[in-house]
Design a protein around this ligand. Structure first.
Ligand SMILES: Nc1nc2c(ncn2[C@@H]2O[C@H](COP(=O)(O)OP(=O)(O)O)[C@@H](O)[C@H]2O)c(=O)[nH]1
Ligand SMILES: [Mg+2]
Length: 254
């Protein structure tokens, strides 16, 4: 058991039925001292109330294992994760920060595999559906195909070190996250983060994981072709931006 403090940031909007099993799962599988920090955007379904009861169960006057940031003035996935990262590092002193979706599509049992990769020397570990041992059994054929095309574009235009640029299942060393702040509204932040991490020559490794369907609550993306195309357009634009910026900084260095 190492003394490295890990904080898992869980961004939530209407995840009342998922957050309990997820928090318990992350804590039960922890391989280091671990804080689970939920950043909830004042969910109408009362997700934050469930978190408050988890705090009462797990925290002692000396040890915080579950924490909550309840945002009432701000909304959005990327800013919620960034808020969690800042709190993890500055309030809890986390040396490694991890984050994931809270619909149980990313198994809490896999968090230690990402943490282990960082403890083993990586700067950033990415949970990946698109490497051997990984899979996406959560989405239908249309969504999987679009995701595959976007990620193939990422491999081609950003680099072959990552095969799941839209993963959203990440562990990273605190100094990396102090150098690179998240940008964007939704999943495109992940493409941007990984692209900039590679540009900074940080060590990025992939850890295969199996993405499984959510069983409670609703997806914030929707399930129609139009929802995916709207999201996909932003992803492609971000890949292109990362590519252009990387090419420009390479030219400046030459
Ligand atoms: N705090 C916060 N979390 C959000 C917001 N939108 C989505 N999330 C969370 O982001 C994660 C991914 O959302 P999900 O509904 O599964 O979208 P999908 O995976 O794209 O279908 C889940 O944990 C959501 O609860 C938001 O506006 N604020
Ligand atoms: Mg989801």
């Amino acid at each position: 058991m190492t003394e490295t403090l890990v904080c898992t940031v869980l961004p939530t909007y209407n995840e009342r039925d998922n957050i309990g099993p997820l928090v318990e799962g992350v804590l039960a599988n922890a391989i280091t001292p671990h804080v689970v920090l939920v950043v909830d955007d004042d969910s109408p379904d009362g997700t934050w109330q469930v978190v408050e009861s988890l705090m009462a169960r797990h925290n002692t006057p000396d040890t915080t294992r579950v924490a909550l940031v309840r945002r009432t003035a701000e909304k959005g996935l990327t800013s919620a994760i960034q808020r969690g990262i800042d709190t993890a590092i500055h309030t809890f002193g986390a040396a490694i920060v991890t984050w994931m979706d809270c619909d149980l599509s990313m198994p809490p049992e896999d968090v230690p595999r990402l943490v282990q990769a960082v403890l083993g020397g990586a700067d950033v570990a990415v949970g990946s559906r698109w490497v051997a041992g990984g899979a996406d059994v959560a989405h239908g054929r249309m969504a999987r195909t679009l995701s595959w095309i976007i990620n193939a574009a990422g491999v081609l235009l950003i680099g072959p070190q990552v095969h799941d640029y839209t993963s959203g299942f990440i562990a990273a060393r605190a100094p990396v996250l102090q150098t690179i702040r998240l940008r964007g509204d939704y999943g495109e932040y992940c493409i941007d983060l990984l692209g900039r991490a590679l540009r900074h020559s940080y060590g990025v490794v992939e850890v295969p994981y199996r993405c499984v369907p959510r069983t409670a609550g609703e997806s914030k993306t929707g399930a129609h072709l139009w929802d995916y195309l709207a999201k996909g357009r932003k992803y492609v634009a971000t890949i292109w931006q990362v590519r252009r910026f990387t090419a420009k900084s390479q030219r400046r260095r030459e």
